[in-house]
Write a protein that binds this ligand. Structure first.
Ligand SMILES: Cc1cc2nc3c(=O)[nH]c(=O)nc-3n(C[C@H](O)[C@H](O)[C@H](O)COP(=O)(O)OP(=O)(O)OC[C@H]3O[C@@H](n4cnc5c(N)ncnc54)[C@H](O)[C@@H]3O)c2cc1C
Length: 449
């Protein structure tokens, strides 16, 4: 058994830069990866899904350009769409490999298992180190539905390997993966239906986010089945049949399962190094990413951090600062994220409900509709709203929810203001460019006078 300086398990979004930085600093680093370098983001998540949505949204916008007086006939070359998606994925994947190799990280292509305290075995390699970082991410959680296991269903893992567009797509789930990929396929021409357990899309967001999304999905021709669950799945002669608990039956040539994620910890043999997991199998960490075994840290999705690439990446920076003696923790961040539907959802900080739950009784929200903005009217964008939550005692901005065209960009205005500790008055006195969506944000703040 070899003794090294640092072991990284999983080439996720935090593990890669952590390994690279340590190796560049002259440390002997071993990284284990059981699958494809780059983790979910590069191979089965952000990168392919956003490359896919670039094509899907182009088709969707063209199909809906009638209201601008443009009548387009959309011809989708699906194999070319997916070839481009896979090409970008390969490019990113090769970039990760080069980065690790150039830095001198030793990559072991094997599933890693703890074989002792801070001791890891993968394939024929066993190493021990004073610092072990777990960055093993999550994978699709597959519901136990009668008949499902025997069928060739899709998850985000094999979705991007599709060669032909299914004439009809069934999607189980109403979360961000279901809505992004489901709407995308509808825009490309697949007759798509979503089966949702609850009464709205994006149940973790405010209720009116789900309403806007339902309206948009209606325009894209997506079928929505709320308050229902699948009782049985069958697959015969290339057709999936779903029996729903409301008595309906749905058919499609493809079935996408997007019902949540589960942590990749079952292969780790956590007991061998004294690691505690929570009741759902996530690695337990303290405020400074330390697990229940000294010297073993966990970052990213597997540590139940908010499941986003930028969070996992930022975890690495924080962990590095903590190991260098810095006073950082995993909570001192302004958390923003986006859902890349059409219209998009840009979120940061707290909703009014969350603010009240945290005892901020002076929290207040203001909202304006996209349809009432100059840019919205001129560009034919009538769906969505911009909302800000403030603390009327301190005047600090607590959060924002932006639903509309490319709001994943617009939300950064709020992220920057919040990071700077700005009050809503700073936003109110800002002079934004006419006619932009951003222009309506100082006006939104003026509602607070
Ligand atoms: C369809 C989809 C779309 C998404 N879109 C976005 C988006 O637009 N924006 C965003 O911020 N986030 C998005 N995400 C989430 C994002 O992909 C993750 O939050 C991000 O990848 C961070 O994950 P991570 O660093 O924790 O680990 P991961 O990226 O999941 O990497 C973990 C790695 O560990 C490896 N591994 C696991 N177990 C072992 C083991 N025992 N031994 C060796 N290797 C192991 C895995 O093979 C994997 O390569 C998306 C996710 C999905 C599924």
């Amino acid at each position: 058994m070899e003794i090294v300086d640092v072991i990284v398990i999983g080439s996720g979004q935090g593990g890669i830069p952590f390994a690279v930085d340590c190796a560049k600093a002259g440390q002997h680093v071993v990284l284990f990866e059981r699958d494809t370098l780059g983790g979910s983001c590069v191979n089965y998540g952000c990168t392919p899904s956003k490359a896919f949505l670039a094509a899907a949204h182009a088709a969707g916008r063209a199909r809906q350009a009638d209201r601008l007086g443009i009548h387009a006939q959309v011809v989708v070359d699906f194999p070319a769409v997916m070839e481009r998606v896979r090409g970008i994925r390969t490019q990113f994947n090769h970039g990760v490999k080069k980065r690790l190799e150039d830095a001198g990280v030793k990559i072991v292509y094997a599933e890693a298992t703890f074989s002792g305290v801070r001791t890891v075995t993968g394939g024929a390699v066993t190493v021990q180190a004073p610092i072990v970082v777990i960055n093993t991410g999550t994978s699709s959680s597959i519901p136990e539905l009668p008949g499902l296991a025997e069928t060739p269903y899709l998850t985000n893992r094999n979705f991007f390997d599709l060669q032909q567009i299914p004439p009809r797509l069934l999607v189980i789930g109403g979360g961000y993966i279901a809505v992004e990929l489901g709407q995308g396929m509808a825009q490309l021409g697949s007759k798509t239906a979503l089966i949702v357990r609850g009464d709205r899309l994006l149940a973790q967001e405010e209720a009116d986010v789900g309403s806007v999304m339902a309206e948009a999905f209606g325009r894209d021709g997506v079928g929505l089945h709320f308050n229902t669950q699948v009782d049985r799945v069958a697959h015969t002669d290339g057709v999936f049949t779903l029996a729903l608990d409301n008595g309906k039956t749905l058919e499609g040539e493809a079935l996408l399962i997007a019902t949540g994620r589960k942590p990749n910890t079952s292969a780790l043999n956590c007991a061998a190094t004294g690691l505690a997991l929570d009741d759902r199998g996530y690695v337990k960490i303290d405020d400074r990413f330390q697990t229940t075994c000294s010297g073993v840290y966990a970052i990213g999705d597997v540590a139940k951090q908010p499941a986003f690439t930028h969070v996992s990446w930022e975890d690495y920076r924080r962990l590095q600062a903590i190991l260098a003696g810095g006073d950082r923790n995993r909570h001192d961040r302004v958390l923003g994220y986006a859902i890349f539907t059409e219209p998009q959802v840009g979120r940061v900080g707290m909703t009014i409900e969350q603010a009240h739950q945290q005892g901020l009784n002076n929290a207040r929200e203001v909202t304006t509709q996209v349809a009432a903005t100059s840019r919205g009217i001129e560009w034919g964008q009538d769906l969505g709203f911009f909302r800000m939550v403030v603390d009327t005692q301190t005047n600090l901005i607590l959060g924002a929810t932006l639903v509309g065209y490319e709001t994943s960009e617009l939300v950064h205005i709020f992220m920057a203001l919040m990071e700077a500790g700005a009050t809503w008055q700073v936003l109110e006195r800002s002079v934004h460019i006419h006619p932009t969506f951003a222009e309506s944000l100082p006006t939104l703040a003026r509602q607070l006078f």
